[in-house]
Design a protein around this ligand. Structure first.
Ligand code: FAD
Length: 534
């Protein structure tokens, strides 16, 4: 037998909160300091070897669709490995699916964002029903009777895996079905029909090409009613206690996010209740979209943090040519660059989450303009960052026993769903034009007194005011620069000078196409040490 030598110990147990300096600072800065104790407990739970194993198991033993029972009766059920249910239990106990709504207070969305940022690092699939349930609440509130019935169970923290009518359950989860075969971006092409049943409810007939987490207790869906495209709540069980006519046709065989069941479904006269005004389905469900887009930015920031933490941990323990990897100058450059990307993503994400806690003009601009911008750029950087971090581990990073392949496969999805990259950038253009005070609020946010940020943001402001702002072909470039300016401003205001100096030097000329290209004269050691999981 060969000796095992020069191999790092696993990065566990560790506390995902206590060991993440940038996260702890962001939580405090964005008014969620009161949540530190709970977040530290959650960070410790998530970093236990047994929790980490749950993440592996949930992705190895993937969900199985049971369409019919052995006699041929419809079941339309998905079976999950127990690991999935345990992870869901951890997420619900921490309130990640609804705590800001159940217990509103200053910093509530930020505290929840910090919890989901950590959850994503251990297992991403469960994040999907958690995010959709969180996002569903403002939309459900547009139907007071439905809200009265459903919100108490949505606010509950006892995960109830049973497939029974929601009214008999301790808690409930809500998914979403908008995308149809012929179009996901252009929702006006939805063909699912909603016929009035004569008693104020509707019957839905049609399909959804993607409907994730189909074991949720209900779904917000779009369908064409007599007055146009409308939003409906579609429960898995009818009020009579029958299985609703929601037929799961198949589960998608996905690149990543494999623990989560994403299904194709057909509705065969399924019971549904109208949410919001009939004919105004898109504005009704878009409320939910803002929150799930925020969650894409949080999730991708979390993926980058986990990839970085693993890379830093590995390079501290692995020796190459008589030196630890972390002490090799070129590796230090790669790690520092990854750390900058991760901290910039986290800084913007948590600032954005605070905008969901507040109601002033700046928050409104942040919610409308910066949500799609952050989703675009942070999600776009994640595949590159997870890939680079994987390479830090050498061959072992490519092997399934490490978490790196899972992070890498997960990385593209946050950019695709909830509105893909181009759609986000076009949304940024529209939001800048339509949100009162947007230009002035952004100007104030970018006003740091720092010359580098000042020069960059002045050029950006000029572009925002010029007619080229509406040039769709340039929407990605404009959105990238808006995010880079905001990230630089946040780091200049709040991060140590070593971090903000390096970010300004490396990013304000346009993001580098690869990592490890930081110029000379920066304090790379300080950046790496700050990011290291203790
Ligand atoms: C794993 C997974 C789970 C999902 N779960 C759900 C779910 O639970 N519920 C749900 O409703 N949907 C779900 N989706 C669907 C997802 O939201 C859609 O795939 C997405 O919105 C894109 O829609 P589409 O696939 O129809 O692509 P299209 O709408 O055909 O878009 C294709 C491309 O064209 C680009 N594009 C669109 N319009 C323009 C334009 N004007 N200019 C330039 N480019 C443009 C888009 O950015 C995109 O890159 C899921 C998707 C995945 C991958």
């Amino acid at each position: 037998m060969f000796d095992v030598a020069n191999q790092p110990p696993p990065l566990e147990p560790y506390n995902l909160f206590a060991s993440d300096t940038a996260l702890r600072e962001a939580v405090k800065r964005e008014h969620a300091g009161w949540a530190e104790e709970g977040l530290s407990r959650l960070g410790a739970t998530l970093g236990k070897p047994e929790t980490v194993k749950l993440g592996f198991d949930a992705n190895k033993y993937t969900p199985v669709l049971r369409t019919l029972d052995r006699y041929g009766h419809r079941l339309d059920e998905v079976e999950f490995h127990p690991a999935w249910h345990e992870l869901m239990g951890i997420a619900l106990r921490a309130g990640l699916h609804s705590s800001p709504w159940a217990e509103p207070k200053a910093g509530a969305h930020v505290a929840r964002a910090a919890g989901t940022y950590m959850l994503e690092q251990v297992e991403s699939g469960v994040y999907c029903p958690i995010a959709m349930t969180y996002g569903s609440v403002p939309t459900l509130k547009q139907a007071p009777k439905i809200a009265e019935e459903w919100l108490p169970r949505i606010y509950a923290r006892d995960y109830d895996r049973r497939f029974i009518p929601a009214r008999e359950k301790k808690s409930a989860l809500v998914g979403m079905g908008m995308t149809e075969n012929q179009g996901g971006t252009d929702l006006r092409t939805n063909t699912t029909r909603a016929e009035p049943a004569g008693d104020g409810t509707f019957r839905l007939t049609g399909h959804k090409w993607f409907m994730s987490a189909p074991m949720c207790d209900a779904f917000l869906v779009l369908a064409q009613s007599p007055k146009g495209l409308s939003c409906f709540l579609l429960p898995r069980w009818t009020p009579d206690g029958e299985r609703n006519a929601i037929h799961i046709v198949r589960l998608k065989d996905k690149l990543g996010n494999r623990s989560n069941a994403s299904s194709e479904v057909e509705f065969d006269g399924a019971f549904a209740q109208l949410v919001g005004e009939e004919g105004r389905g898109i504005p009704t469900i878009i409320e939910m979209g803002n929150y799930t887009r925020l969650d894409c930015a949080i999730g991708s920031s979390g993926l980058m943090r986990q990839a970085l933490a693993q890379a830093l941990h590995h390079s501290r323990h692995r020796t190459v040519f008589q030196k630890k990897l972390i002490d090799q100058p070129l590796m230090e450059n790669v790690l520092a660059d990854l750390a900058l990307e991760s901290e910039a993503a986290a800084a913007l994400t948590f600032r954005l989450a605070r905008a969901y806690d507040e109601d002033d003009e700046a928050s409104l601009v942040y919610r409308r303009v910066v949500t799609p911008a952050a989703k675009f750029w942070i999600c776009k950087r994640t595949p590159a960052a997870t890939y680079e971090a994987m390479e830090v581990l050498g061959g072992s990073g490519y092997i399934e026993e490490s978490v790196m392949p899972r992070l890498y496969r997960e990385a593209p999805v946050n950019s695709i769903w909830e509105g893909s990259g181009n759609v986000m950038c076009l949304d940024v253009l529209r939001a800048i034009a339509r949100t009162p005070g947007a230009a002035e609020v952004l100007r104030q946010e970018l006003d740091t007194g720092d010359k580098r940020v000042g020069a960059f943001s002045e050029r950006l402001q000029n572009r925002l005011q010029a007619s080229e702002r509406n040039d769709e072909a340039q929407a990605r470039a404009l959105t990238r620069d808006l995010v880079l300016a905001l990230q630089a401003a946040l780091l200049v205001k709040h991060a140590p000078a070593q971090v903000s100096d390096a970010f300004c030097a490396a990013r304000l000329d346009g993001a580098s196409p690869a990592f490890g290209l930081l110029p000379r004269g920066l304090d790379l050691r300080a950046i790496v040490e700050r990011a290291a999981p203790a």
